[in-house]
Design a protein around this ligand. Structure first.
Ligand SMILES: [Zn+2]
Length: 458
């Protein structure tokens, strides 16, 4: 089949998928106002379903289920299962996946062959991401899971738009995400939530003057995209370099810094829906646009704050780790998955009226960004290249005076990687960055935490 033919076949299924999302949004918007007992009943049955299915179809999870009986399990029983970490999830892929039609090798083939997003014959989508731990991840989302995750990503906005009576007006959504495979961000956020909405995808990694021009030309009424890119657009608008009037702004993929949130408010005064997600779980929490923080998707995700030994801690106690169980992830179950983020619960009821619990804004990892004099190069400029190369399994970037020394584990063509990094860094104003890429056996981890430091600033 030609590239055109493949893309047309993708678009046909994609249209079917988006109609399914819009249909399910009705149910998902209603859930935001469910009373707590109803949320908890629903969640418990979903958890039992996931555990029973995982035990039956995933040797990895069956071996870890111990004495927990899925038929009677509760959220509290989850603490009896061991946490799951990224390296393990990626190394044990074939023992975790529950669908006979796909394994790690097949998923890698999909990634290697596709020139654009695609569906497998069974309706699965395969994604890859560098994530924040330095280990490359390969993920598979099934048809129903995508429908649920897209609803989680968009239901708060849909609820607010309905309350404002905005659904009957035309709208144009500018989508500032990766814009290409293998990242899940574009399919997840390029979603028209109503029949009168159109979308325009603008790759966020393009040189910023191009992004600025594309956004200006699109004249969007709504924005969604990487937090740092939306923040930069807001600053451009304040400086008079961008004239758009978005009425609603959604941010994701990166922590939303206070400076970006303030710039968005100053530029447009629009409600902001910040999203905390991961390719593993999909969407963990989303801001409602009214109250502080982000509402946990309590009906579809169980978030546990735990101590260093994986035991849940009280709402007021500090936690060492955050574990998440994605109730919609049946094809590749993530149960008590260590997200590597720290979250704080917010007390009290939200002004929006939803009883879904809230977490404070997720703390930034801005210390990963490199400063060269007055110029800042975000860690994502490296991450987009290093985190998605199938021949790179782990990496570390060490800042130098005029660029970076990059250590990689794997078997990439180092000259190709170096050239891609130079191209990725140049939009940030670094003249002629000096990049060296070296293949190493392993990258030493932090002596006490065992964590990989991926970005080492000068
Ligand atoms: Zn709220």
């Amino acid at each position: 089949m030609s590239d055109e033919g493949r893309k047309a076949a993708y678009e046909q299924l994609r249209a079917a998928h988006l109609s399914a999302v819009r249909a399910s949004l009705e149910d998902h918007v209603a859930r935001l106002d469910w009373p707590r007992p109803r949320i908890e009943r629903y969640r418990t049955e979903r958890l039992r379903s996931l555990l029973a299915f995982a035990r039956a179809r995933s040797p990895f999870h069956a071996a870890r289920m111990g004495g927990v009986d899925p038929a009677t399990a509760t959220v509290e029983d989850l603490a009896r299962l061991p946490p799951m970490v990224k390296r393990e999830a990626q190394e044990e892929w074939d023992a975790i996946v529950t669908t006979p039609g796909i394994d790690r090798a097949g998923a890698e083939q999909v990634l290697a062959r596709q020139r654009w997003f695609s569906y497998t014959p069974a309706g699965h989508q395969v994604f890859s991401s560098g994530g924040s731990s330095g280990v490359r991840g390969v993920y598979v989302w099934d048809w129903e899971q995508f429908v649920t995750l897209a609803c989680l990503a968009w239901r708060w906005q849909a609820r607010a738009e309905r309350a404002a009576g905005a659904g009957r007006r035309g709208a144009r959504l500018a989508v500032l995400e990766a814009g290409e495979p293998p990242h899940a961000s574009t399919p997840l956020f390029d979603v028209a939530t109503g029949p009168l909405m159109e979308t325009v995808v603008i790759p966020a990694g393009a040189p910023f003057d191009q992004v600025l021009r594309a956004v200006s030309d699109a004249r969007p009424t709504h924005l969604v995209g990487y937090a740092s890119v939306i923040g930069r657009l807001a600053r451009a608008a304040i400086a008079g370099g961008l004239d758009i009037r978005p009425v609603r702004v959604s941010t994701n993929s990166e922590p939303l810094g206070e400076e970006d949130r303030e710039a968005i408010g100053a530029a447009w005064g629009a409600p902001v829906h910040n999203l905390w997600g991961s390719t593993e779980i999909g969407v963990q929490a989303v801001g409602c646009g009214r109250g502080e923080g982000l509402h946990i998707c309590e009906d579809e995700v169980i978030v546990e704050r735990v101590d260093p030994d994986g035991r849940p801690v009280g709402p007021d106690e500090p936690a060492a780790r955050t574990l998440a169980t994605g109730l919609a992830g049946r094809t590749f179950p993530f149960i008590r998955y260590d997200l590597g983020d720290e979250v704080t619960l917010l007390p009290g009821d939200c002004a929006c009226g939803s009883p879904m619990l809230r977490v404070a804004d997720i703390a930034g990892r801005r210390d990963d960004d490199f400063r060269y004099g007055a110029r800042t190069v975000p860690a994502s400029a490296f991450r987009h290249v290093l985190g998605t190369d199938p021949l790179i399994s782990e990496y570390q970037v060490r800042q130098t005076a005029g660029g970076a020394d990059v250590l990689v584990v794997g078997s990439p063509d180092v000259s190709v990687v170096a050239a891609a990094l130079v191209a990725s860094l140049s939009p940030f104003g670094l003249p002629d960055p000096e990049i060296s890429v070296r293949i190493v056996e392993r990258i030493p981890r932090h002596a006490s935490t065992g964590k990989l430091t991926r970005f080492v600033a000068l």
